[in-house]
Design a protein around this ligand. Structure first.
Ligand SMILES: Nc1ncnc2c1ncn2[C@@H]1O[C@H](COP(=O)(O)OP(=O)(O)O)[C@@H](O)[C@H]1O
Ligand SMILES: [Mg+2]
Length: 343
């Protein structure tokens, strides 16, 4: 029986979400088909082999009874890696590169796609080149912000009218992101974003509905149902994303004109291919409330996988239950590994 190494936790700000996602995934793994091996990464980056109850993962209790291992030992413990990690060091190509080094098959996107999807500036450049509509933006450097923030702001104001979003290029989970209405707020937002990344993206705000879909596949790609998220807060920030009591509503299928609905699914597939994704990913869009136009926001290569998360729910809506989804994702990881090794 193949041993699937589910890797959770990690050094990013999304450590807790990862624990919740991993617990759901572990419950969905078909134990008649696979043996599940649990490997947690602490916030400090220490790898641990956990053999206790799945119910001790989400609370963080797993850390106390888990045995410290060296990362390379994953290869002795498991045949396949299923990283359920979000953000830096999990979703950005670094751990994927580590599995490549170990010559170990793994689930989801490879090094390049993971890195591209994590970096908002790089992803935008490719979307533009491929003719996939995305909101206007201006790139600034943290270095320039610290040297002459007034000049940087003049440059931004000449390019984009308010309202804008200011984001570190490479972070995730809304860390360091601000919605900005005037020059004073812009200054603060730039200073904040500069703490997180060398490159900062300033984006035209879209008065939008937020919709997303899931894509799976390596070469033959399929899109799930389209779902809509309605956050009652100012924007879909970290708290809104990961707690279910702040009034985030999910509608699947999203109530959209048929043509828009299908446009989103086909743009999702094109975007997935454009960034060289494989396995699975969630593709997020904005639909302009005024014009109805669709803009791609980003691709999340390891989307939330809790029972309440969008990705599994959007697949369930088209007849793919969670356990089958996980099975497909594992199969696709093996398929990519064998295709690469048989060239
Ligand atoms: N250009 C934009 N127009 C309107 N809302 C935006 C824009 N950019 C970001 N947002 C809001 O901020 C949220 C987080 O931005 P996003 O780029 O998705 O960051 P993250 O990678 O942290 O998820 C989005 O889900 C949306 O609610
Ligand atoms: Mg997002």
């Amino acid at each position: 029986m193949k041993r699937i190494g589910v890797i959770f936790g990690g050094r990013s700000g999304e450590h807790e979400v990862s624990l919740m996602s991993a617990a759901s995934v572990l419950e969905a793994i078909d134990r008649k088909k696979y043996e599940a091996v649990m490997v947690g990464i602490t916030r400090e980056g220490c790898w641990k082999h956990f053999e206790g109850a799945v119910s001790d993962i989400a609370s963080g209790a797993w850390e106390r009874s888990a045995r410290e291992i060296s990362p390379v030992q994953i290869k002795e413990l498991a045949d396949f890696a299923l990283p359920i990690l979000h953000g830096p060091y999990g979703e950005d190509g670094t751990i994927q590169g580590f599995f490549e080094m170990l010559d170990m098959p793994y689930a989801g996107c490879g090094v390049l796609a993971s890195a591209l999807c994590m970096d908002k500036v790089s992803a935008k450049k490719i979307f533009q080149k491929e003719g996939i509509p995305t909101s206007r933006y201006h790139l600034v450097y943290a270095e320039d912000v610290s040297q002459d923030v007034e000049a940087v702001m003049d440059e931004i104001e000449a390019e984009l009218p308010y309202i804008v979003f200011v984001k570190p290029s490479n972070m995730g989970s809304s860390v360091g992101i601000s919605k900005v209405r005037n020059r004073q707020e812009l200054r603060e937002a730039l200073m904040l974003a500069a703490k997180y990344d060398r490159r900062i993206i300033v984006e035209q705000a879209v008065n939008c509905r937020e919709v997303e879909t899931g894509v799976i596949g390596n070469h033959h790609l399929e899109a799930a149902a389209v779902g809509e998220i309605t956050a009652k807060l100012e924007f879909y920030d970290y708290t809104a994303k990961y707690t279910d009591d702040v009034g985030t509503e999910i509608t699947i299928p999203a109530d959209l004109p048929e043509a828009t609905y299908e446009e989103i699914r086909s743009l999702a597939v094109r975007a997935y291919r454009a960034l060289d994704c494989s396995g699975f990913a969630r593709v997020d869009f904005f639909v302009d409330r005024d014009t109805g136009e669709v803009y791609i926001n980003e691709i999340n290569t390891i989307p939330g996988l809790t029972k309440y998360s969008m990705f599994p729910t959007m697949w369930k809506a088209v007849g793919v239950p969670f356990d089958k989804l996980i099975e497909r994702i594992v199969d696709l990881g093996y398929e990519r590994y064998h295709a690469k090794n048989n060239r």
